[in-house]
Design a protein around this ligand. Sequence first.
Ligand SMILES: C[S@@+](CC[C@H](N)C(=O)[O-])C[C@H]1O[C@@H](n2cnc3c(N)ncnc32)[C@H](O)[C@@H]1O
Length: 349
Amino acid sequence: MLSYRHGFHAGNHADVLKHFVLIELLNYLNQKDTAYTYVDTHSGAGLYSLDTGYATKNAEYETGIAPLWNRDDIPTALQVYLDVIQDLNQSGKLRYYPGSPYCADQVMREQDRLRLFELHPSEIKILSENFRKLEAHKAEQGIRPSTRGKRIMINAGDGFDGLKALLPPPSRRALVLIDPPYEVKDDYRRVKVCLEDAVQRFPTGVYAVWYPVLSRIESKQLPERLKRIPGNGWLNVTLSISGPSPDGFGLHSSGMFIINPPWTLEATLREVMPYLVRVLGKDAGARYTIESGETEVLKSERTPRTTTQRPMRSADRPSDARNGRPSAAPARQNTRVARPANLNKSRGR
Ligand SMILES: C[S@@+](CC[C@H](N)C(=O)[O-])C[C@H]1O[C@@H](n2cnc3c(N)ncnc32)[C@H](O)[C@@H]1O
């Protein structure tokens, strides 16, 4: 089923969690010179307009990036994520939001490789066009990749299937983001099957899965099932901006499940998640959880690590419901690469 368009959800609380964690993982990989491959099995359009088209329909960015925009108390670890968005919005007005491929491209180095998959015929066109313009813009600035045609490859195809051929990567270093729409319940099954296969092909890769926290059984079971996939360890972080709505509709909570997480990630999350709950939280149901551990298989062979689950402390809770509007703090200066002119934004038709 290909009715999903990420533009409707661009910049919401789930995107904030996903892209913040993604950028953390990439920056960790950047610490070693050896090149790595980033695989985005479900890329979307790559870049979204917030003031035209799909995003204006429900203004979901007001639950995510908007309340963070222009705040002057952003934790250092979160600022790295905000830098990418500020680069894109040099005027200081929040108009564009980056998708995962764009975030990755901004953070990754010349020697690294991006392998992007997208199945939707319209989204793949916009994604390809956005990267063509991005490359042209870089060329205008005199930035000419020595690896033209190799650094970024965009594949119009099924990301679950396409991943197989890419593992293990030549440099034996990779991060894989799996971020399907979950509009059909088979996506939950395919995530697990795809990961089992991927980890078998390339056990030392870093794998990140975004998932919605919903009352449906498949959503509840997914993290539990992923914990059983063999690896060196896993980390599961969730962000809820409110308690569930009475009618059960709407996405109020989502998670990122990481297999083989960097050892630094948990401490960073413990610094940033209380802040996200405080700023994005809408009611007393707002909370985060962080759990980490080793897989069931390895657990029997090694000393178990403590698994932690940390609901929001009362001090972290917002005292009143927030309306998702940005604070009136002064705009931050941008010092990094300008947004390429005339990028296509995913828009409503
Ligand atoms: C949640 S969106 C991706 C958002 C993107 N990862 C980001 O963070 O900006 C999911 C995308 O997966 C695409 N899609 C759905 N099934 C797919 C499949 N089997 N393989 C590749 N792409 C798929 C959809 O068209 C949609 O654009």
